[in-house]
Design a protein around this ligand. Structure first.
Ligand code: GLC
Ligand code: MG
Length: 537
């Protein structure tokens, strides 16, 4: 397992930390309660100060906002809610002036039902764009063509009364799936990518990229063996005929080839199908994604044993020369600070920035933002209404960023589109800027440490046996050996060391450069990075 490279000039996407911004919730500039590009532009100095190397921006395209921008009605324009193409160009320039890359979210699997392509496609069976979407006749009883289910509930097939066929939608019924088998669709999409690459974006995060192709025979999905009364109904069947199909892999290769027409760009992909299948989304005979996104840290039980096992499983599931990637938060998953608590969220941060591979976190994680509590009646995310009762509402992790402790948290002068949530007084940027032991300080120091310690991005990863729920591993390069020890419990623990070392950073931010001999004492919820002074543990 060697992720080490002799030269220290790694590609940017290997050594930068990536920061996901959900534009609705980052910074509002015009008082409508929804974040926008000019708001984001006013915060680029914060991003530079924080030390992130790239921003991944969730969709800002024109959209009816049924899925808050993941339902696109024009791929080559900015929605007026967020601003204009000129604002976008200014944002790219401002980020680049600060050496920050911009990764744009793109959504190739589906469009909005308002997209002119779909409007034409559904206009008649003879329309030249009919075959741009996935249309099928009813089954023998007049019902949907097969048992495929939408991830957002109910059949994935929607009846079109005028043309008397069903269209397929893996997500909302307002998000019809494009027919990627049709070369004209792939051609049009390649031009969409080129449009943004020419505007200077440094890469894409490809949304729902594993579900581009569906089985042409429309075979029924088999039952999901793990389905029980707690499983949300959309997961009743195993997605064998609609997820990670071989054709999808070749479409990803085509997208990669478009990226390669431009120097120094990166392709990130949202992939499904579980950790064991993640390896196939990297390079096969032809390159696929640079970084197929890995959500393991969000899906693993939070204890040293489960983490060690999960990390091991992931590292073994990717090809030897593949570059790992880790995600700590996203607009689709409950916030880490709520799931494991604010103390352990510090451990999670140290883990994220010391594991081998590219770290990705979500705006607000750096101040320990919690989920905002949102009742079903207040829910804006349609997922909640369509599949109620399983806690699937994604609004809690989409609450606005807190810049200060004022009533509107510095996010807007108007009414925020979602309630701000709890702990605004202490969990905001201004409060944590003036506290040198805050979560924000920790994030900043961890990113700074990664910059000054190339061993943390290119060193070999050496797992060690966990002791008393303290997760242990090393990162090693020719001349340096770093030990990372993370106490995943609320008790104190002592770890026996075979070598002496020097403590470089504690998650508590109160001890630095302390020598440690044979025993490392860790306080509750404490993690440390140590530089080892002699050769082996
Ligand atoms: C991805 C996005 C999610 C969206 C879905 C449909 O999973 O991350 O927010 O709802 O795709 O576009
Ligand atoms: Mg599809």
């Amino acid at each position: 397992m060697v992720h080490q490279r002799a030269d220290s000039r790694l590609e940017w996407w290997k050594c930068c930390s990536i920061y996901q911004i959900y534009p609705r919730s980052f910074q509002d500039s015009d008082g409508d309660g929804v974040g926008d590009l000019n708001g984001l532009l006013s915060r680029v100095d914060y991003l530079a100060w924080l030390g992130v190397g790239a921003v991944w921006l969730s969709p800002v395209y024109r959209s009816p906002m049924r899925d808050f921008g993941y339902d696109i009605s024009d791929y080559t324009d900015v929605d007026p809610l967020f601003g204009t193409l000129t604002d976008f160009d200014r944002l790219v320039a401002a980020l680049h002036e600060r050496d920050i890359k911009l990764i744009l979210d793109v959504v190739p699997n589906h469009t909005s039902d308002q997209h002119p392509w779909f409007v034409e496609s559904r206009s008649s069976r003879d329309d030249p764009k009919r075959n741009w979407y996935v249309w099928a006749d009813p089954d023998a009883d007049g019902g949907p063509p097969n048992n495929w289910l939408s991830r957002f509930g109910g059949s994935a097939w929607e009846w079109d009364a005028r043309t008397e066929q069903y269209y397929y939608h893996a997500f909302l019924q307002e998000q019809p799936d494009l027919n990627w088998r049709n070369p004209a669709v792939r051609f049009a999409f390649a031009d969409v990518l080129r449009f943004w690459l020419r505007r200077g974006v440094d890469g894409f995060r490809v949304d729902a990229s594993a579900v581009l192709a569906e089985d042409p025979l429309l075979r029924d999905e088999p039952p999901n063996p793990d389905f029980d009364s707690k499983t949300p109904p959309p997961e009743r069947f195993k997605r064998v005929f609609t997820d990670a199909r071989p054709e999808t892999m070749s479409y990803i290769e085509e997208m990669r080839a478009i990226i390669e027409e431009f120097p120094d760009r990166a392709l990130l992909g949202e992939v499904q199908g579980g950790i064991d299948r993640i390896g196939q989304f990297y390079d096969a005979e032809r390159p696929r994604f640079h970084l197929p996104l890995n959500f393991l840290l969000l899906d693993t039980d939070w204890d040293a044993t489960s983490l060690a096992a999960g990390i091991d499983q992931y590292i073994n599931a990717i090809p030897d020369d593949a570059w790992p990637v880790w995600i700590l938060g996203s607009h689709d998953k409950p916030r880490i600070a709520t799931r494991i608590g604010i103390e352990q969220a510090r451990i999670a941060a140290m883990l994220l920035f010391t594991l081998p591979g590219t770290p990705i976190f979500y705006a607000g994680d750096e101040i320990g933002m919690p989920n905002s509590v949102i009742s079903s009646e207040e829910a804006r995310d349609q997922f909640e209404a369509l599949v109620p009762g399983y806690g699937l509402n994604r609004d809690p992790e989409r609450a606005p960023m807190r810049w200060d402790g004022n009533e509107k948290a510095g996010f807007t002068s108007g009414e925020p589109w979602l309630p701000l949530g709890d702990h605004v007084k202490e969990r905001n940027v201004a409060a944590q800027l003036s506290d040198d032991r805050s979560v924000l300080s920790l994030y900043r120091q961890l990113m700074a440490l990664r910059q000054t310690e190339p061993t943390l991005h290119s060193g070999q990863f050496q797992p060690l046996r966990s002791q008393s729920q303290v997760l242990l591993f090393e990162r090693c390069s020719d001349d340096r050996r770093l030990l990372i020890a993370l106490n995943t419990t609320t008790g104190s623990h002592t770890v026996a060391l075979h070598d002496r070392g020097m403590l470089r950073l504690s998650t508590h931010l109160d001890r630095l450069d302390e020598p440690v001999a044979s025993q490392l004492h860790l306080r509750p919820n404490e993690g440390v990075v140590m530089e080892m002074l002699t050769s082996s543990l």
